[in-house]
Design a protein. Structure first.
Length: 609
């Protein structure tokens, strides 16, 4: 592996080897690391808001905390340049003088009794800008000095208290126990990952079967399920820093005593903790910025999708108002909790609602298919289509394969399997990261069964008359009126909750760009509210002018999901471990990259056209 890639991985980690011994859930260390890392340093923390089905109020408060004013890498690099006196500045080269001109504040000046040891005639002024080697040397000296003081303090404590070591070991054991309790077990990780994948995208699966037919729709679900399962495994290995399975190692990648590359038992590269860091380590800063832009565009598209879904379902409940009017009202209502208030307790309640609703949708659609049977003819009649009663005509409401509908079906299914950007949060939160691949295997088996069940049940009931959200068809055609109204309200609450939860990671990424130029927390809060207000207005405008749930989902699936969940993981896998991969693994990765690019380009053209 090249030196550039290893340097990129060290830069992505943003800390020395001692950082591996720290708890990944430590809020203090995480906020300090954010200040030292390039944009988007808040992504991993904020995206954790979507990684857990139920979050506590303290967790929500931590996940949604705005960046500190002037505390981002841009202002940090400015502060490292130092101040020059007017005499020293006049002797600098033009390029150095320009680099120092932006400094603000009080300039250092010589007092009357100050005698400089530098003379402009005898020797040039010593630059105050330290080189990287000097900065590293000073940092190491400061670290050694702190360790020396800490050791002396510990020795003094041991002399004063005979039970000092025992006390220390008890405190350490308690701290480790608390840290372990904060991490997720295997079953919790499975539930968290399944909850991420099974979102509102499930509602469009019956419509994907309508677009491509029984065979085409099921083929899309199976092939994309297999591909995204493979890329999830790949992401785990990239986070682990080694092309071998995670179960090959007995220790955690973040607390391993073996330096990367030191032996065959050690990992090949240092571990990584976030999705943008994988891009930074593989393709440099430009690759990280490009991937981050795609990720934030996907989050913004999700805001539009949630607004459309809320508007459609509210229109079925209150048809007096149009869908656009409902969306305007909902956008106005969401401004209060997202823009005016930052309510961690409300966020914790909203996360629980979304989880419960997802389970309810899967069970309701399957149970309704069992009791309602094939009611496609009745659904077509209600949609002002020609009602048919004979058996042959009744079967015509379902078809086997339709090539013309494959692009939109592929996009809808791809959107349903999106969520790979949250995989690092699941990985780092596990008690035993060695079980990650086994967790992915079980999760995708559950998700694949749920997707096939919802898609097949919805299409079986309504055939070609199914709407782009199966819950709309259920509300209009099911005999269980009360149950369907309850389910509709659950979908409305779910979309509302996911809208608010998705707003925070997107807004924090934008706040991070503005924070270096702000001087106080008051300005940061004002900028945060302004950004969320603008994002809400933009999402509303897009939802009004593109009010098709299936179209937006398919477009996001083709552009974002193919890039983030298929093309990027395979390309990064080749870049990071290419020399250590076998022929079959390389061939598989190249196939996913090439096919993913072709499907993304061709599918987007057909979807838009």
């Amino acid at each position: 592996m090249s030196e550039n890639l290893e340097a990129g991985l060290h830069k992505a980690n943003g800390a020395d080897s001692d950082a591996n011994t720290e708890s990944p859930n430590s809020e203090v260390s995480q906020l300090v690391e954010e200040m030292e890392k390039p944009w988007p340093s808040t992504f991993e923390r904020s995206i954790s808001l979507l990684a857990s089905p139920v979050i506590t109020a303290p967790q929500a408060d931590h996940f949604t905390r705005s960046p500190k004013p002037g505390g981002t890498p841009l202002s940090g690099r400015r502060a490292q340049r130092g101040y020059l006196t007017p005499e020293q500045s006049s002797l600098l080269a033009p390029g150095q003088r320009a680099a120092n001109d932006f400094q603000k504040g009080v300039q250092k000046v010589q007092s009357l009794d100050f005698k400089s040891k530098y003379n402009a005639v005898d020797q040039p002024i010593k630059p105050l800008l330290d080189t990287q080697e000097e900065q590293n040397k000073k940092a190491m000296e400061a670290k050694a000095y702190r360790q020396k003081l800490l050791q002396a303090k510990q020795e003094e404590g041991a002399q004063l208290s005979p039970g000092y070591k025992k006390e220390k070991s008890i405190k350490k054991a308690k701290k480790d126990k608390i840290s372990l309790e904060e991490k997720s077990t295997f079953s919790q990780a499975v539930f968290n990952m399944a909850n991420i994948l099974m979102g509102v995208g499930l509602l469009g699966l019956p419509f994907s079967l309508k677009s491509a037919g029984w065979g085409g729709g099921i083929f899309c679900v199976l092939i994309l399920g297999l591909i995204t399962w493979r890329t999830s495994i790949i992401i785990g290995r990239e986070l682990n820093g080694d092309p071998r399975p995670a179960s090959y190692f007995d220790d955690s990648p973040f607390k391993t005593p073996l330096p990367p590359g030191s032996s065959a038992a050690a990992r090949m590269l240092p571990p990584i903790k976030s999705f943008p860091d994988i891009a930074r380590a593989s393709f440099g800063e430009a690759g990280c910025v490009f991937l981050s832009v795609v990720l934030y565009f996907e989050l913004f598209s999700c805001l539009c999708i949630f607004l459309i879904s809320i508007g459609d379902h509210l229109h079925t409940m209150f048809p007096v108002w149009s869908t656009n009017q409902h969306m305007v009202v909902v956008a106005a209502v969401t401004i209060l909790p997202t823009v005016v208030l930052r309510t961690p307790r409300l966020l914790s309640y909203l996360s629980a609602i979304g989880t419960f609703s997802t389970i309810a949708v899967v069970l309701t659609v399957v149970i309704a298919a069992i009791f309602e049977g094939d009611i496609s003819a009745e659904a077509a009649a209600r949609s002002l289509q020609e009602a048919t009663t004979t058996t042959n005509e009744h079967k015509s409401m379902h078809h086997v394969w339709d090539n013309s509908g494959m692009p939109i079906a592929m996009g809808l299914v791809a959107y349903c399997f999106s969520g790979h950007a949250i995989v690092p949060s699941i990985y780092t939160s596990m008690q035993k990261p060695q079980e990650f691949e086994r967790m992915i295997d079980l999760t995708f088996m559950i998700v694949l069964c749920a997707c096939l069940a919802v898609g097949a049940s919805g299409y079986y009931m309504f055939g070609d008359a199914v709407l782009d959200q199966v819950t709309l068809s259920l509300e209009q055609n099911s005999s269980a009126v009360l149950v369907m109204k309850i389910l509709t309200w659950l979908i409305i609450l779910t979309s509302f909750s996911k809208y608010i939860l998705t707003m925070y990671p997107l807004a924090l990424g934008m706040e991070e760009i503005c924070a270096p130029y702000l001087s106080s927390h008051l300005f940061v809060r004002f900028a945060s509210s302004t950004i969320k207000f603008i994002l809400t207005v933009l999402a509303l405008v897009v939802a009004i002018y593109v009010p098709s749930f299936s179209f937006v989902c398919a477009l996001v699936g083709m552009i974002c999901t193919m890039s983030v969940s298929v093309i990027f993981p395979a390309a990064a896998h080749l870049k990071m471990f290419g020399k250590k991969l076998g022929f079959f693994e390389k061939l598989t990765d190249w196939i996913m990259v090439v096919i993913g690019c072709l499907v993304a380009v061709v599918g987007t053209i057909y979807t838009v056209g």
